[in-house]
Design a protein around this ligand. Sequence first.
Ligand code: GTP
Ligand code: MG
Length: 317
Amino acid sequence: MTRTPAERAAAVLAGDVRTAARLMRDLDDEVPGAAETMGLLHRHTGKADVVGITGNPGAGKSTLTDQLIGAWRARGLRVGVVAIDPSSPFTGGAILGDRVRMQRHSADRGVFIRSLATRGLLGGLSRSTRDVVNVLDAMGFDRVLIETVGVGQDEVDVANTAHCSVVVLVPGLGDGVQALKAGLLEIADLFVVNKADRPDADRVVRELELVLELEGGVRHGWRVPVLRTVATENRGVEALLDAVEAHLAHLRATGAWQTRLRARRQGELTDRLFHALRRRSEAAIGRAGGMDTLLDRLDRGEVGPDALVSELLDGAP
Ligand SMILES: Nc1nc2c(ncn2[C@@H]2O[C@H](COP(=O)(O)OP(=O)(O)OP(=O)(O)O)[C@@H](O)[C@H]2O)c(=O)[nH]1
Ligand SMILES: [Mg+2]
């Protein structure tokens, strides 16, 4: 049963979950026609509020995500989730864990959960993530949550994709100063100290508040709050949700919401451009007889590297 891109796009817009899931996979695998379908959907994006949730492995991000889904659903909002598994793409352990953890929402048509394995490829993760976010956005989900482990570039990419970035810390693992070191202060719109049932929680909150005070703690007129949650007991979740919603309202009131959407579009465009250029380069190298042939020509002094780049890329399809 092959359908045209227009038919698939229409099905996704009508909320057909299976077609959407299939499209996400096809985009990932660069199956012909998938990009065209996404092209048709793109003008239906730019409506959802995108929320990033990041933090150390085991900080409780998935448990918190699960509770946030429940809380948003209780307020009548539809929620899409992208859970990014940073571990090996082969084990899939964490993905399975997330599926089980968020299972209670599996029969709810107002919830769509998609897990992604990170890719070794340059920009692979952010491209897949952005695709999934865009499909969920086009489908009309009110909130799209991206769960990712706080590891370097990924969390920065997610921060650039999200309207609101929630950074989860836990007592014992790291303190406020550590957050500062990790560069998390620059990306956090909200801090959550999860596992607040543990003894050191108050100290972490105080330290973090101190660091925020020293650093100003106010970004674009928004005072970055520090909240406490016990995700496993659903404690503090309503307050967290209120804070996220307050931040989103602040963004809308100040026009920053559109600025962040534009930053997301820019990331998407440059990602795709670099990806396309990489593809083009690889194809050109192939047509020229492979890397060794090119290196031989350089060795013989026939041509310099810059001239070779021009030769390879100019006029290439
Ligand atoms: N005591 C306590 N345990 C918690 C709390 N929140 C989560 N946990 C537990 O911490 C463990 C990790 O929780 P996850 O939600 O899987 O954490 P995660 O950040 O999604 O982990 P990764 O996706 O593997 O990075 C689980 O055993 C949870 O039950 C909490 O508030 N208090
Ligand atoms: Mg998780």
